[in-house]
Design a protein around this ligand. Structure first.
Ligand SMILES: *Cc1c(COP(=O)(O)O)cnc(C)c1O
Length: 438
């Protein structure tokens, strides 16, 4: 069952081949943190140019690689290996540009209590673990990696849960970190139980990279616990088809068989997956394992990620190569997480190329240009958001749905009188001294 390389690594660590390999705690205990250990386990010397800066880089951004993930590296071309590139610290991480930011997504600023980021109206992020099995070199929360002082304890998590309890508009809670699956089953069970008691929380989502870097973590006991707390959704983080191994497949199968809908969030990374063919192979392998590609992220502006960034055009080119060319549900949404806390913004190739009063002009994935004739008569209904009086039958058991619109939605609605959205620092508006802008 183990590959030759895995047997070799096991032998080097344990001096035996008794199969600790499948024990996730053993994997965690033997995470590779030094370049010497890495060379020993790979049975090779790394090229001097990547070996030399190791200490300097890891003082700022530490390394940790599970023996399992290490075993996926291809030693014949290690410097181009996608597994190596995602896990080994390179000197490029110390290049900080003026445009880089410690916390580009303003997660700290949008945090009503420690460990909670509440950015969108109906959902909130709860950071429950600061541990990771493997430290992704492209981590957007790099500033916190290995930050021992920041381990959220039961008391802090309780405060986060308390905030959710007191905020009835939150219907979706995302557990993230760190990796939530590095917590024990019992501890996770406690968090999920507490969330379940909150009647307005409709779903819980867990973001984890363990199916990729530590598939041994997905045990029968874990999935038996998770399925008591349905609806639980899981998003994982595969970036390259090479990461979908037999062990990962087994882990994904256990989760899917437990009735957990699985999604995948990839990050577009220069030198790893910035290629339409690689991305297509990845999404095909994902859906074959019942994982729905969810997001493809443009790489964030966090410090130390400059060498991973691609132009947005690369992402558009990949989207162009997927939409229409493959199964609709193989296609992720390409998003840029806006610096400054603006949230995820979807970007797409353009398909609507022109329109007049009764026709729209579209182009398809093949480049065929076509028309869609719009209806001759469409009676727009004035919507005052009084759903009781409307012919469209929106019958809700509990009519708690808020009727407040924000953003562009507000400009489009009939019942609001806003006609423009104006930035708070608009000088022209300041001169007028009025505040009719909202
Ligand atoms: C990504 C994210 C979410 C979830 O966004 P979805 O588009 O619903 O997946 C929620 N809160 C924060 C802070 C996020 O970054």
């Amino acid at each position: 069952m183990l590959s030759t390389k895995q047997k070799y690594i096991l032998q080097e660590i344990d001096g035996s081949d008794k199969s600790n390999w499948t024990n996730w705690k053993w994997q965690m205990k033997h995470c590779v943190k030094s370049v010497e250990q890495m060379e020993k386990l790979l049975g090779m010397n790394l090229p001097e140019r990547v070996r030399k800066p190791f200490k300097e880089v890891t003082e700022k951004f530490p390394m940790s690689i599970t023996p399992y993930y290490l075993s996926l590296m291809d030693c014949n071309d290690i410097e181009n290996d996608p597994v190596f590139k995602q896990s080994y610290p390179l000197i490029n991480e110390l290049e900080i540009l003026d445009s880089d930011m410690r916390d580009p997504l303003h997660e700290d600023a949008d945090s009503p209590v420690d460990g909670v980021t509440h950015r969108y109206p109906d959902r909130a992020l709860l950071l429950i673990s600061n541990m990771c099995a493997m430290y992704c070199r492209h981590c957007t929360r790099k500033r916190r990696v290995g930050d021992q002082d920041n381990i959220p304890n039961r008391e802090q998590i309780s405060k986060g849960i308390e905030y959710i309890k007191n905020t009835p508009e939150i219907r979706d809670v995302l557990l993230s970190g760190g990796d939530p699956f590095l917590l024990s089953d019992d501890y996770l069970d406690w968090i999920l139980t507490e969330l379940e008691k909150i009647s307005h929380v409709e779903i819980v989502r867990i973001g984890t990279r363990t199916p990729v870097v530590l598939p041994q973590r997905i045990t029968e006991e874990l999935v038996d616990m998770l399925k008591k707390h349905h609806p639980v959704w899981i998003n994982t983080h595969f970036n390259h088809p090479r990461e979908i191994t037999q062990s990962s497949r087994t882990a994904l199968k256990k989760l899917a068989d437990a009735g957990i809908p699985l999604g995948n969030q990839s990050v577009l990374l220069s030198g790893v997956n910035d290629c339409p063919r690689i991305m297509k192979a990845l999404v095909h392998k994902l859906v074959a394992n019942r994982v729905r590609p969810y997001y493809m992220y443009q790489c964030d502006l966090s410090e130390g990620l400059n060498h991973f960034r691609t132009p947005v055009g690369k992402g558009i080119e990949i989207m162009e190569s997927l939409i229409g060319h493959t199964t609709g549900f193989c296609v992720p949404t390409y998003v840029i997480d806006a610096p400054g806390g603006g949230g995820k913004i979807p970007v797409m190739p353009h398909y609507l190329i022109s329109w007049s009063t009764n026709k729209v002009i579209l182009r398809n994935y093949e480049g065929v240009i076509t028309t869609y004739k719009e209806p001759n008569s469409y009676e727009p209904t004035f919507c005052d958001r009084n759903c009781d009086k409307c012919d469209l039958q929106l019958s809700l058991d509990n009519n708690t749905d808020d009727i407040k619109s924000i953003g562009i939605q507000k400009l489009l609605s009939d019942h609001e009188d806003a006609i423009s959205l104006i930035p708070t620092d608009n000088a022209r508006h300041d001169r007028r001294g009025d505040d009719s802008s909202d």
